[in-house]
Design a protein around this ligand. Structure first.
Ligand SMILES: *Cc1c(COP(=O)(O)O)cnc(C)c1O
Length: 400
């Protein structure tokens, strides 16, 4: 074992103050943008929403974008627009935030969890195909950590069965697949603007799509199912008349949020560049360690690096992931774990999902730790994370 006592056992931590795993970047241009709207005529449902939607659609190369009050609300909208109903099956990955699967449940659908590919950690096309039945009505993929799924392969499956592909790209704004931006690769794509994500609106989300029918449904859905479109009204000619044609929600984004989003978008290329530089630095630093696996990247993809996840080689370490996690926390490194396989949560267990359903996801979950990664991190912060990982690993290394 190494000489240096780790902080967990009373040694001096690698750094004095706690480094969080993620954090937003706001500057005076952001505050000014919000203030401008705050003193304007429209706080919500005004012109800034449309500007934001247009900018996002242009950025990802999609025809339409519909903003929502959260990424979760947006994904719920996508499930609605895709026509998911009671007892329909939707296939998704277990290695995601619970919201992905929950939005299927909101529509009364049944969630089929397809196991991950052990190299990319993304949903496996083979596993998806094995789950298909005639009740399967959609696939929701997740670009885990910002690495695009194999869109070509999965789109082929969706086409073969004539069902829509919905992409949960909460991690993946700015990521590319064969040089094409995520957001234009699936039938509908969701981005989240929660503060830990690449750009923030406080809370917020959006769906991008090329399909005018989905676009319409998404717009209605976020506003109680109400339309004022003269061409679609069943009855009237009255100037004040509108119709609620489906059961929607109040899932609207405010103009204050959209203003923040627009101003954040001005910085997105910088945010992405810094995230990629930090990930490269981690990759280089960890390259020669055989105690952990660095994230594998599929050729022809360029990750947006929302998260940097290391996989411990537990058989080479005298430590469990839990203790390793505690040890890094004690070094003042804000590590995290993404994710608990969704079906292991009590709500899904009560629905009857069994442990062992997706062995790859479960075994990955036992060994992963997410390292801090956000644009405001300094060189020293990154060096501290690397030093802490190396210090703790060498302390626990099994010496043969
Ligand atoms: C953040 C996130 C969501 C939910 O987005 P919110 O904006 O927080 O509602 C959904 N899926 C994934 C994978 C996420 O990371």
């Amino acid at each position: 074992m190494s000489e240096e006592t780790i902080a967990l056992y009373g040694g001096k931590p690698v750094r004095e103050n706690y480094l969080p795993y993620g954090k937003q970047w706001l500057d005076s241009s952001d505050t000014q943008a919000v203030l401008n709207v705050l003193t304007s005529d429209y706080l919500t449902t005004g012109p800034t929403i449309e500007q934001f939607e247009k900018r996002i659609a242009d950025y990802v190369g999609a025809k339409y974008a519909v903003a929502f009050s959260s990424g979760t609300a947006a994904l719920h909208g996508a499930c609605f627009a895709a026509g998911i109903q009671k007892n329909d099956q939707v296939i998704t990955t277990p290695l995601t935030f619970a919201a992905t699967a929950n939005t299927i449940r909101y529509q009364g659908g049944n969630v089929l969890f397809a196991d991950i590919d052990p190299n990319t950690y993304n949903i496996s096309a083979k596993a998806i195909e094995a789950l298909f039945t005639n009740k399967t009505k959609a696939i929701i993929t997740v670009d885990f950590t910002g690495q695009p799924v194999d869109y070509e392969q999965i789109q082929k499956l969706a086409d073969k069965y004539s069902i829509p592909l919905i992409s949960d790209a909460a991690h993946a704004i700015g990521a590319t697949y064969h040089k094409q931006r995520v957001g234009s690769l699936a039938d509908m794509t969701m981005f989240s603007f929660h503060p830990v994500k690449h750009i923030t609106t406080g809370e917020g989300g959006i769906i991008t799509t090329d399909d005018p029918v989905y676009h319409q449904k998404l717009r209605d859905f976020r506003n109680h199912g109400i339309t004022r479109d003269q061409n679609r009204l069943a009855v009237s000619d009255q100037p004040w008349y509108y119709e609620m044609q489906s059961l929607g929600f109040n899932y609207r984004m405010t103009d204050l949020q959209a203003a923040l989003g627009l101003s954040q978008l001005n910085k997105i290329e910088d945010f992405l560049a810094i995230r990629r530089a930090i990930a490269n630095k981690y990759n280089e630093a960890f390259h020669e360690l055989d105690l952990i696996h660095s994230p594998y990247q599929l050729p022809h993809t360029n990750s947006s690096w929302h998260l940097y996840v290391i996989r411990l080689q537990l058989e080479k370490l005298n430590v469990s992931r839990t203790e390793m996690f505690r040890a890094l926390q004690k070094e003042n490194i804000g590590v995290n774990v993404h994710y608990i396989p969704v079906y292991l949560h009590p709500y899904y267990q009560q629905l009857g999902y069994q442990k062992g359903l997706c062995p790859q996801a479960e075994s990955l979950y036992q060994a992963i730790i997410t390292l801090p990664l956000f644009p405001k991190m300094s060189e020293e912060d990154t060096d501290d994370v690397i030093a802490a990982v190396k210090k703790v690993l060498s302390y626990y290394e099994v010496l043969s």
